[in-house]
Design a binder for this molecule. Structure first.
Ligand code: G3H
Ligand code: 13P
Ligand code: NA
Ligand code: ZN
Length: 328
């Protein structure tokens, strides 16, 4: 059955677990996620970016979601808009059956100017009003995703920011987050703690200098009942880098967010953990392997079946490590 983000994360908070939010663009990713959830009895957050909505089309996505819910009737599914950029994106998602939206008012933000903060509060509050009228949930975001090693904001994040940012400019301000949640009434708050989207998050295994789990702790202390969201939370596991590179890929060595750090985050109020890159790597690494091992193969199912299995393995692992398993 479809449920809202609020319903799911309230349950997660009550029972001290976190929920991975996996990105979905097509049927194969959907099946991989749902099969993993079914295998370990976990509730599901499927999320679609604006890019995913353009790729598959809103009508296709709406029916895909309904198909997932129908095929796996005992698994609660939250369908969430990832990084909505304005009211139109969020309301059209709800109209197409999404039960939750992210209004990312930090996308447009210059690093921490008063004007960009007010813009973020106002647009998030406007979306929350609309969403709550029709029973959908809202995730807001405060802070700038980006690399604390280089001071570079992610390309799509803090786009108004020019030049290198300081640590203070990027990380979510704990005091400001109290004001933000009170004024926007958002159901979940995405924070910036040094993670960024994609595979190239860190040039070394992250420590507290470059992955600021202390920021999460400080926010949780001030907002103990707010559901926190970690973006850019792929672990970019070595075995998937090796799978890709062993079969013709050329990914430079990189480091993601260690799963044990996410486990610590879950103890500090993190309830939603966004993962896209790891799933992409599981799928395309398998495509590379099949293509190299079977150069005469041309049936896409021969690529997609093992690719889905590799992604299901990854998703199952996250459901187990985040404590989601057993809570469907
Ligand atoms: O926000 C980042 C997610 O990984 C979605 O990526 O916009 O390429 O679909 P995308
Ligand atoms: P990754 O690129 O680390 O998987 O992050 C995904 C994400 O945050 C989607 O919103
Ligand atoms: Na941001
Ligand atoms: Zn994100």
């Amino acid at each position: 059955a479809l449920i809202t983000l609020r319903q799911l994360l309230d349950h997660a908070a009550e029972h001290d677990y976190g929920v991975p939010a996996f990105n979905i663009n097509n049927m194969e990713q959907g099946l991989a996620i749902m099969r993993a959830a079914e295998a370990v009895d976990a509730p599901v957050i499927l999320q679609a970016s604006r890019g995913a909505r353009n790729y598959a089309g809103d009508i296709m996505l709406r029916h895909l979601i309904q198909a997932m819910a129908e095929m796996f009737p005992h698994i609660p599914v939250c369908m969430h808009q990832d990084h909505g950029n304005n009211e139109a994106t969020c309301t059209s998602a709800i109209r197409h059956g999404f039960t939750s939206v992210m209004m990312d008012g930090s996308l447009e933000a210059d690093a921490k100017t008063a004007a960009s903060y007010e813009y973020n509060v106002e647009i998030t509050r406007a979306v929350t009003d609309i969403a709550h009228w029709v029973g959908a949930s809202v995730e807001g975001e405060l802070g700038v995703l980006g690399n604390l090693e280089t001071g570079e904001a992610a390309e799509e994040d803090g786009s108004g920011a020019s030049g290198k940012l300081t640590r203070d400019q990027m990380l979510t301000d704990p005091e400001q987050s109290v004001d933000f949640v009170r004024r926007t009434k958002c159901d979940a708050l995405a924070i910036a703690c040094g993670t960024s989207h994609g595979a190239y998050k860190f040039t070394r295994k992250p420590d507290g200098e470059i992955l600021a789990m202390s920021t999460i702790e400080a926010i949780h202390k001030r907002l103990p009942t707010t559901h926190l969201v970690m973006h850019g939370s792929s672990s970019v596991p070595q075995y998937l880098q090796d799978l890709i590179n062993a079969h013709g890929g050329e990914m430079p060595q990189t480091y993601g967010v260690p799963v044990e750090e996410i486990e610590k985050g879950i103890k500090m109020g993190v309830r939603k953990v966004n993962i896209d890159t790891d799933c992409r790597m599981a799928i395309t690494g398998t495509y590379r392997r099949i293509a190299q091992e079977n150069p005469d193969e041309f049936d896409p199912r021969k690529f997609n079946i093992p690719a889905m299995e590799e992604m299901t393995k990854l998703c199952k692992d996250r459901y187990e490590r985040f404590g989601t398993a057993g809570h469907a």
